[in-house]
Structure formats: structure tokens, C-alpha cells
Ligand binder design. Structure first.
Ligand SMILES: Cc1ncc(COP(=O)(O)O)c(C=O)c1O
Length: 451
């Protein structure tokens, strides 16, 4: 098929996500290898977003393909009540990887289902109904996870199921609660505890957080916040659920992003949800990991969850192989090492381009925020208004997106921000290739900077 034929048929017979269908302008992709995508028309594109922040080991890794081929020749599918070797292996590997006593896993087909099951099990285990989450969050597009989600993607699903309570983030959108990170943490935890009182501490089953928030801006929590939340949830018997769907599996330079806040050993979360990087998106797979206390409870209580594709052998084998590759090729270590290159390039571009409000990174998880005005300097990033309003657009952002596409850089544009979230296999040279395109693109937003 030509790219035009592909696009026409895809648009005629399939629905695209989060869009009015006439506005969709898909790239026609023929193949992908390593950190590059190749279009049907022969353009090479640097994948600066790991597709949906999920292809962590890079595209088409031969070892994983071989492992999947081997599994396909032996056993592609059998029903969830069976035992299989890849399922046995993956459970064990994950129990060794996750901190604390998170040793028991339920496998789903993606992140939303992992969170759905976490809501279910948290309610059953605690006997409580309410669920807390943050406004600047995304947890999935199913019915309940849309209510967990704080960002505007939730609005079209409202009114949703009752029992979901959203809280403010530790750092508000454009201001700050205090001069230092410690003050921000202290003040926010005061508000959080007060909210818990208003909602009724013994009504709240769980608090869901992305320990480093993803699509809502690569938000790195202020110092002490994660530990403070752990202490507060323990104080009131509220389960802490860490959604590691996007930030997990090395993205931030550690296996799990909550490790940056010291949530390991006896401070580990009660439930961890995962997906995306678990198979590097080679096949759909999500997982919910639960603590020993919850796993023990489920030994004598019915777990009311099920999926035809639970513990799908092909997905299990794929995940085992992906995790081996990540360890053997030291990809988490590479993400940690590349953070300094990310920061160096981001600082360089911030100094060169007035329209950059802030550029931040943790590991290979990076985000640029652009501004339309503002003079002066830190302490809280550069002052000035975001180039587009919250949930809004600006023509220069559209132009910038088109520039990246024409120049062969695949990234994720949202409101005033765009991401730098490449596969963990990326080299310094390839990263610089991406930032060189970003450098030229930022002239577009500089041109509309009002001063
Ligand atoms: C933090 C987080 N949680 C959950 C999800 C939902 O995962 P899925 O799209 O696999 O259902 C996503 C997807 O982007 C996510 O980023």
C-alpha cells in the first residue's frame, strides 16, 4: 500500500484516540529499529518519545523477537487458570525487582486495567470506598480510571462513578507554596492531611499517585513529598498505590520512580501498577503488584477480577526477555547516565531561547514548558505565562509540531509543553541529534515571545 492508501483506509474504517476524527493526520509507519522509525515514504524519524513513552529498549530488539518466536512455536495462549513456564518466571523476576514485600502480581492487558484492579482490591481489602488521586494525573481511559484521572481527559466521562476525590498537586501549576522544596512539601502535606479529615480518614481506601507524573508534565515531586505521603497514608490506614505505568522500568534512572523518594524496604508502596515498559510495548501487558499483607488476604478471599488475556503466555515470555535485555544491556544505568546530557542540553537551550519557561529531566524523562512572556529569573523556573492556556492551544505550538515532524523528530506536544522521552537505549550522539532539531525549532516560539 502507498502511504495515502494506508491513511485513507485507516481513517475510513478505524477510530483514533482522543481526537475528532477529521483532525487526525497520521504518520504512515512502515518499520522501526532502535531509536528510529521509518515512514512508508522513506523518511527516517528519531523517536524522541518512545512512541507512547513506552518502547524502552528501542524498536525491534532481536533477542526479544527471538524469545517471542520461540514462545509462539510452543504455546501462544492458554486460559488463565493454568500454570505456564513464562508466567512462573515473570512472577519471580518481578518479585525480585520490586522493593519491599511486593511479591504477588495480577497480569492485565494494559495500564488502565492494572489500575482498575488496584481500585477493586484496595476497596475489598480495606472495606473502604473513597479513592484519592491528584489533579495533574492520568491513570487510564476505562470508566473508573477516568475518574481517577485528574486531567481534562476526564471531563467527557463525567459524571462518573462516585467515591473519587481529587487533590491538588504538591506544586501548583504556575506558582509555588514556598521558597524551598522542603517548604512546598510541608505546606502541601498540611493541606493533604486536612483534606483527609474532611473526607473522613476511615472512608478512604487508597491514594493513587504517579510518583513522577508523566503526561501532565514530567513533574518531579519536591524533596520529602513521597516520604511524607507514605507517612500520612500509613497514619490513616490508607493504601498507597504507585502508578508506575509510565515512569517505571528505568525511565527515571531507577527501576521505579518511587525509589527516588526512598519508598523501599518497609516504606515501599502497598500496590504498584505497571504496563508500557514491562514489554517495551512489543505486546500489550499490564500488571498490578501487591504487598504480602494484601496477597495473604487474597489467599482466603475471592479475587473478583478476570480477563481472557490474563497471564497471556506470549506477553509473559516477552516481558521476561525485555527485563533480561534491560539488565544485560544496562539500560537503567544508561538512563541515569544520560540525565546529565539531558540537563546539559536543556540548560543550553534554555539559555539560548527566551521562550523556554522551564526544561526538566529525571533520567531520560524530560519535558520543555514554553512561555509567551516574562522577564527576570528564578527561583521557580523562569517567570511568565505559559504560551498556551491550560488545556488550550497556541498557533506557534502547532507550527513547532509541524517543524519537528518535517525535520524527522517524533515527540509529544501538549498545550505549552513537549517531551524529550527517548528509548533508554539511546546514545549521547543520538540525544544530541534530537536536541539539535529542538534548538532550531525553538526559534519558532522565540519569534512570538512578547518579552
Ligand atoms: C501513568 C499512567 N497510568 C495509566 C495509563 C494507562 O495505561 P494504558 O493506556 O495501557 O491503559 C497511562 C497511559 O499513558 C499512564 O501514563
Amino acid at each position: 500500500m502507498t502511504s495515502q492508501e494506508m491513511i485513507a483506509l485507516c481513517k475510513k474504517h478505524t477510530l483514533y484516540t482522543w481526537a475528532a476524527q477529521d483532525a487526525v493526520d497520521p504518520l504512515a509507519i512502515a518499520s522501526a529499529k532502535g531509536v528510529y522509525l521509518y515512514t512508508v515514504d522513506g523518511q527516517r524519524i528519531l523517536d524522541f518519545n518512545s512512541q507512547l513513552m513506552s518502547v524502552l529498549i528501542g524498536h525491534g530488539h532481536p533477542r526479544v523477537i527471538a524469545a517471542m518466536q520461540k514462545q509462539m512455536e510452543t504455546l501462544i495462549y492458554c486460559y488463565p487458570q493454568t500454570a505456564t513456564e513464562p508466567r512462573a518466571k515473570l512472577g519471580k523476576v518481578l518479585s525480585e525487582l520490586l522493593p519491599g514485600d511486593i511479591d504477588s502480581f495480577f497480569f492485565t492487558t494494559g495500564g488502565a486495567e492494572a489500575n482498575e484492579n488496584a481500585i477493586k482490591i484496595a476497596r475489598q481489602y480495606t472495606g473502604r470506598f473513597k479513592i484519592l488521586s491528584r489533579y495533574r494525573s492520568y491513570h487510564g481511559a476505562t470508566n473508573a480510571t477516568m475518574q481517577l484521572t485528574g486531567d481534562p481527559r476526564r471531563w467527557a466521562s463525567e459524571p462518573g462513578a462516585p467515591g473519587f476525590v481529587r487533590v491538588m498537586d504538591p506544586v501548583p501549576l504556575e506558582f509555588s507554596f514556598g521558597a524551598t522544596e522542603e517548604e512546598q512539601t510541608k505546606n502541601h502535606l498540611i493541606y493533604l492531611e486536612e483534606m483527609i479529615q474532611y473526607e473522613g480518614p476511615n472512608q478512604i481506601a487508597a491514594f493513587f499517585i504517579e510518583p513522577v507524573t508523566g503526561t501532565n508534565g514530567v513533574l518531579i515531586p519536591p524533596k520529602g513529598w513521597l516520604a511524607g505521603v507514605r507517612a500520612l497514608t500509613r497514619k490513616y490506614g490508607i493504601l498507597l498505590v504507585c502508578d508506575e505505568v509510565m515512569a517505571g522500568f528505568g525511565r527515571t534512572g531507577k527501576w521505579f520512580s518511587f525509589e527516588h523518594g526512598g519508598l523501599v524496604g518497609d516504606q515501599a508502596p502497598d500496590i504498584v501498577t505497571m504496563a508500557k515498559g514491562l514489554t517495551s510495548s512489543y505486546v500489550p501487558l499490564g500488571a498490578m503488584g501487591v504487598s504480602a499483607a494484601i496477597a495473604d488476604y487474597m489467599r482466603s478471599h475471592v479475587f473478583s477480577g478476570g480477563l481472557t488475556y490474563n497471564s497471556h503466555p506470549l506477553a509473559m515470555a516477552c516481558a521476561v526477555s525485555v527485563l533480561e535485555v534491560m539488565k544485560d544491556e544496562k539500560m537503567v544505568e544508561n538512563a541515569a547516565a544520560m540525565e546529565s546530557v539531558m540537563r546539559r542540553e536543556m540548560d543550553r537551550l534554555t539559555a539560548r531561547h527566551q521562550s523556554v519557561k522551564e526544561a526538566r529531566a529525571i533520567g531520560l524523562f524530560g519535558m520543555f514548558d514554553l512561555r509567551k512572556n516574562g522577564t527576570g529569573g528564578p527561583p521557580h523556573g523562569r517567570p511568565g505565562e505559559m504560551i498556551a492556556p491550560y488545556n488550550g492551544a497556541h498557533p506557534a505550538m502547532g507550527k513547532l509540531g509541524k517543524f519537528f515532524r518535517d525535520e524527522g523528530l517524533f515527540t509529544f506536544m501538549r498545550w505549552s509543553s513537549f517531551s524529550a522521552i527517548p528509548p533508554l537505549s539511546i546514545t549521547e550522539e543520538q540525544l544530541c541529534e534530537g536536541f539539535a532539531i529542538v534548538d532550531r525549532g525553538l526559534d519558532i516560539t522565540d519569534a512570538v515571545f512578547e518579552g
